[in-house]
Design a binder for this molecule. Structure first.
Ligand code: HEC
Length: 216
């Protein structure tokens, strides 16, 4: 009998605890300062902020770190301007060419072909038409125009601005120029360090530090 009363008492206490829990409400917090930070939470609601939300839109005109605005318009005029004036800021090294090749084979070779002759697998299977060879005389592509069409796309070719960053696009440009040179039987451009002979000690030192800075 005594035991039954004890068991009943424990059961009543337990039921009390369990019945306080509601699925539609957050559970009880026994030591709230373990859960609630003193600082504002990223997506919290606080009256002090405009709109009552901690997370706010970036200030007008902000640009993401590492992103550079591209000044050439998506128009025929912008295309022509890029073709004539835009130059590759990335050095033409073997490493950049290798990286460009890797990216080219991922993004471009499916249409343009591994040699850049416009005979990629999709063209051979007649899935897409009108893919030009990079050596096409009528188009006379330049480093600026290659970058421009990668940025905006051109007719049935899409834009590659979201898949690649600026540096990667310029590395692809170098590789496309290499393919073009190969198709035309020319020597591809590779920038070698300027070799300065017969300069005084100090000047030689000065030059090499400057070159070092340029490389970065
Ligand atoms: C889906 C197939 C496809 C893919 C993938 C593709 N292209 Fe193209 N590309 C085309 C077609 C089609 C044209 C011709 C567009 C036109 O002028 O009508 C073209 C044209 C070009 C031209 C010449 C544009 C000019 O100035 O006349 C260049 C340069 C070029 N592509 C580079 C690239 C590079 C670099 C990549 C990879 C980042 C790439 N393409 C990926 C289909 C493709």
């Amino acid at each position: 009998m005594k035991n039954t009363i004890k068991i009943l008492a424990v059961a009543v206490v337990m039921i009390c605890f369990v019945s306080c829990k509601k699925d539609s409400k957050p559970n009880y917090q026994y030591m709230p300062n373990m859960y609630e930070p003193v600082s504002y939470e990223a997506y919290g609601e606080y009256g002090v902020f405009p709109g009552g939300q901690e997370a706010m839109l970036p200030a007008k005109g902000s640009i993401p770190r590492g992103w550079m605005p591209y000044d050439y318009e998506n128009s025929n005029v912008g295309y022509q301007k890029a073709k004539d004036t835009l130059k590759n800021p990335v050095r033409y090294t073997k490493e950049n060419e290798e990286k460009g090749k890797e990216l080219y084979n991922i993004y471009c070779a499916i249409c343009h072909g591994e040699k850049g002759d416009g005979k990629g697998p999709l063209v051979k299977r007649e899935k897409i038409l009108g893919v030009p060879s990079y050596a096409d005389i009528g188009r006379a592509i330049t480093e600026g125009s290659i970058y421009h069409v990668m940025y905006y796309g051109i007719n049935s070719m899409g834009s590659y601005a979201s898949q690649t960053n600026e540096q990667e696009r310029w590395q692809i440009v170098q590789y496309v120029e290499k393919l073009k040179a190969d198709l035309e039987g020319k020597t591809p451009r590779i920038d070698t360090d300027v070799v300065v002979t017969e300069v005084k000690e100090e000047e030689a030192h000065h030059d090499s530090t400057e070159e070092h800075n340029n490389a970065h």
